[in-house]
Design a protein around this ligand. Structure first.
Ligand SMILES: [Zn+2]
Length: 287
C-alpha cells in the first residue's frame, strides 16, 4: 500500500523503531527494496535523490513503478525525494505524486533555511505530502565531514526549526556522513545529542549516511530516537561488486539473468538493514 512518509514515521516514533529509506535509480532496486520489506513484513521508504532523478531515474517513471509495486504489496511504502534543493525539482516530484519531499536548505543560514522549508511545507501539506527538513551539516564521509563537530545539529535549533516550519521529520547532523568512510573507520555518533533532540522535540528524526556506519551504531542510534535511516552507498556498492564477481565467475551469463541477480543482491543488502533498524514485523501496525 502506498502511504505518506508521515504515517510510517509517526508509528516508528511512537514505538521506538527505525525504518530504512532505500535509495533507488531503476526498476530492479525498487523491486529489490519492496521485496525485502515484504519478506520482513516491514514498512519501507523508497528514496531518490534530486541528482539521481535528474541524471537517470526519471521522476515520473520511478513514481509510477513505486506506486504500482506499492499497490501490490501488503506493507506500507512511501516515496521520498531525497535532498531536494531546487524548488523546480521539488514541485516536479510533488506533481508526480511523491508521498514525501525532503527540502535540504541546510547550506543556508538557519533563518533562510526556515523560510525556504516553510514554503515547501505550505505546498506539500496542502496535498497531505510529508516534508523532511535538515539542519546542521551532514556532508561526505570521504571528506571526514562526519568529524566536523561544530556543524552538528544544536538542540535549540531543532526545537525552533520544528516549531517554525512544521516539518514532519528532521535530518540531524550527529556524526555520520554520506558514502564510505576512509579506511573503513566507523563514525563516532553523538548519541547523547540524538537523545537530547528527541527529548526536546518528540518528533521523527532522520540519520543520513547509514551505509558503512556499523550495525551496533545504527541499533544504538535507533534506541536514542532515530526513526529513519538512509541507505544508498552500500546497496550500490554491493550491486556493483556482485556484478563484477558474476562476470568473472560466469562470463557468458546473459544480461537478463545478471539484472535479476543484481535485484537479489540489492534485496539482500536492504533486508539486512531492515533487520538492524528494528522495523521487521512492524507492518502489522498499519493493517
Ligand atoms: Zn543524505
Amino acid at each position: 500500500m502506498y502511504v505518506t512518509m508521515k504515517e510510517i514515521l509517526d508509528d516508528a516514533n511512537k514505538n521506538y523503531y527505525g525504518v530504512i529509506s532505500a535509495s533507488v535509480i531503476n526498476l530492479e532496486l525498487v523491486r529489490g527494496a519492496i521485496r525485502a520489506a515484504q519478506e520482513e513484513n516491514a514498512p519501507i521508504i523508497i528514496n531518490i535523490g534530486q541528482g539521481q532523478m535528474t541524471k537517470h531515474g526519471d521522476c515520473e517513471i520511478i513514481s509510477k513503478i513505486v506506486r504500482t509495486l506499492a499497490g501490490r504489496a501488503t506493507i506500507p511504502v512511501a516515496l521520498n525525494l531525497d535532498h531536494g534543493k531546487d524548488y523546480e525539482r521539488i514541485t516536479h516530484a510533488f506533481r508526480h505524486h511523491f508521498s514525501s519531499i525532503m527540502i535540504d536548505a541546510s547550506a543556508y543560514s538557519l533563518e533562510e533555511n526556515i523560510q525556504r522549508t516553510r514554503e515547501v511545507v505550505k505546498l506539500c501539506h496542502s496535498q497531505n505530502v510529508t516534508v523532511e527538513g535538515e539542519i546542521g551539516f551532514i556532508g561526505q564521509a570521504a571528506d571526514s565531514d562526519d568529524e566536523k563537530f561544530d556543524l552538528y545539529t544544536r538542540v535549540e535549533d531543532a526545537v525552533l526549526f520544528f516549531k517554525e516550519t512544521e516539518v514532519d521529520a528532521l535530518a540531524i547532523a550527529v556524526g555520520t556522513a554520506h558514502g564510505k568512510y576512509p579506511a573503513n573507520r566507523e563514525p563516532k555518533i553523538d548519541f547523547d545529542r540524538i537523545k537530547e533532540i528527541k527529548q526536546a522535540t518528540n518528533k521523527p528524526l532522520v540519520l543520513h549516511g547509514g551505509s558503512d556506519s556499523g550495525s551496533d551504531n545504527i541499533r544504538q542510534a535507533v534506541a536514542c530516537g532515530i526513526n529513519k535511516i538512509n541507505v544508498c552507498t552500500d546497496t550500490f556498492v554491493s550491486c556493483k561488486e556482485g556484478l563484477k564477481l558474476m562476470l568473472q565467475e560466469t562470463p557468458y551469463i546473459d544480461f537478463m539473468s545478471m539484472m535479476m541477480e543484481m535485484e537479489n543482491i540489492a534485496k539482500a543488502t536492504i533486508q539486512d538493514y531492515i533487520r538492524i533498524s528494528g522495523s521487521s514485523d512492524k507492518a502489522s501496525h498499519f493493517r
